[in-house]
Design a protein around this ligand. Structure first.
Ligand code: NAI
Ligand code: SOE
Length: 390
């Protein structure tokens, strides 16, 4: 009989250690969890990354990692096109899976992964880590407790500048690696996950408008890790046609007739990585910006507006549960990985997968893929598109 999993005997493997894989490693270690091995694009890179990150086993391939009986959980932090085949292979090998977003590049694939995870009875998660900011959890509690009143309008944006120049390059620009959506799938998915998580309202229909600001970009002659392109020299590029969107604005109709609008773009100078939402409701409004994550704006009509600064003593139990530091001690992006891992592994080690998870699962990942497909179709056909139910 299999031994029950404990923190001591649990073995975790990470696939992909470019930009975000190391954030998973750090989040795991901050929870006292053992990262046993990693897989990379080739054995030499795996050995180098394992040595840099102090991880004992460097597998020669993803398949070799899956064949290791001491690996119980795999984290997938690879380019998007690998998520589906790797998640499927991992589940079939009996591993629990934490997958980066998007779960897959089509809803047929993401639906299959949801089914397979249930059939194999394996814990599964999609890393919509931004839910784990304390004030995002607080926003959810304010909306869902009814304290804000009836939700009237949901709006906001997710803006970045790292793809501003035609010389900026990343695998996300290649549909066969990143998927046929780019700004929407890459960052719009975080925003959509966040506002549906906060309000509990599903999106019923969408109307999208896309623009590719740079229809031709300069592609580096050799692969570059995310955010590393700024180091290249002018001679190192070839012209490449771009078919994915740099910009999208999307009108949204949520359940209960609630309207919304989202703008996403990766060409906005000065906006480094700014997810912003505002929710206007019948008593008050709230607004939050990921570049100032420890501040929640609460807007009033008949009294002065407020800024709630993250302070566990002032938060709801749900928000306090993901706030590890006292007020004035900022918690940021890497902390969301720590809190995400804490929730996922608490659930996994408790071993009751009939319990309701308090982290985003494959079902949430599948919903985002469905939503993104509706947005893509709307932009292509220039009309409102209903969102299919997952
Ligand atoms: P990256 O390009 O910096 O890193 C990807 C890594 O995967 C590279 O080290 C590459 O060598 C490796 N890789 C490629 N093929 C592989 C294979 N067959 N087996 C094992 N490793 C392989 O990309 P980045 O930015 O780290 O993105 C990875 C994923 O994480 C994407 O799906 C992205 O959407 C997601 N992401 C999520 C974030 C979040 O906040 N939740 C933040 C950044 C990325
Ligand atoms: C790049 O746009 C990126 O790294 C996304 O892939 C992440 O999901 C987001 O958290 C930050 O930006």
């Amino acid at each position: 009989m299999n031994q029950p999993l404990t923190k001591e005997n649990l073995g975790i493997g990470v696939a992909g250690t470019g930009f975000i894989g190391p954030a998973h490693v750090e989040g795991l270690r901050r929870n006292g969890l053992r990262v046993l091995g990693l897989a990379e694009a080739n054995p030499e890179l795996a050995r180098r990354k394992a040595s840099e990150l102090g991880i004992p086993r460097a597998y020669t391939s993803f398949e070799e990692m899956l064949a290791d009986p001491e690996i119980h959980v795999v984290h997938l932090a690879t380019p998007n096109h690998l998520h589906y085949p790797h998640a499927k292979a991992a589940l079939l090998a009996g591993k629990h899976v934490v997958c980066e977003k998007p779960l897959a590049t089509s809803s047929t694939e993401s639906a299959e992964l949801v089914r397979l995870a249930a059939e194999m009875k394996r814990a599964n998660a999609v890393n919509f880590n931004l839910r784990m900011y304390p004030l995002v959890q607080q926003a959810r509690q304010l909306v869902q407790s009814g304290e804000l009143g009836e939700v009237f309008i949901i709006h906001g944006s997710y803006l970045q500048d790292w793809l501003l120049f035609p010389t900026d390059w990343n695998w996300r620009l290649e549909p066969e690696l990143g998927g046929s959506l780019r700004a929407v799938g890459d960052i719009g998915s975080h925003w959509l996950d966040m506002v549906t998580f906060i309000t509990g309202l599903r999106v019923k229909e969408v109307l999208a408008d896309f623009k590719t600001v740079h229809p031709v970009r300069k592609k580096p002659a050799r692969p570059v890790e995310t955010y590393s392109g700024k180091l290249l020299q002018p001679g190192d590029y070839v012209d490449q046609k771009i078919t994915t969107e740099d910009y999208a604005s999307i009108l949204l109709h949520f359940e209960n007739g609630v309207p919304g609008v989202l703008t996403v773009a990766q060409v906005c100078s000065g906006r480094k990585n700014r997810l912003f939402f505002e929710i206007n409701a019948s008593r008050s409004s709230i607004a939050w910006n990921s570049e100032r994550p420890d501040e929640l704006w609460i807007g009033h009509r008949t009294q002065p507006n407020q800024i709630l600064m993250k302070d566990p003593a002032l938060l709801s139990p749900e928000a306090r549960a993901v706030a590890s530091y006292p007020g004035g001690h900022n918690e940021g992006f890497p902390d969301t990985f720590k809190q995400f891992c804490a929730k996922f592994y608490r659930y996994l080690l408790a071993g009751d997968f009939s319990a309701s998870p308090d982290f985003p699962t494959f079902a949430d990942g599948h919903y985002e893929v469905i939503l993104c497909e509706a947005i893509e179709r709307s932009a292509r056909e220039k009309c409102w598109v209903e969102v299919a139910e997952g």
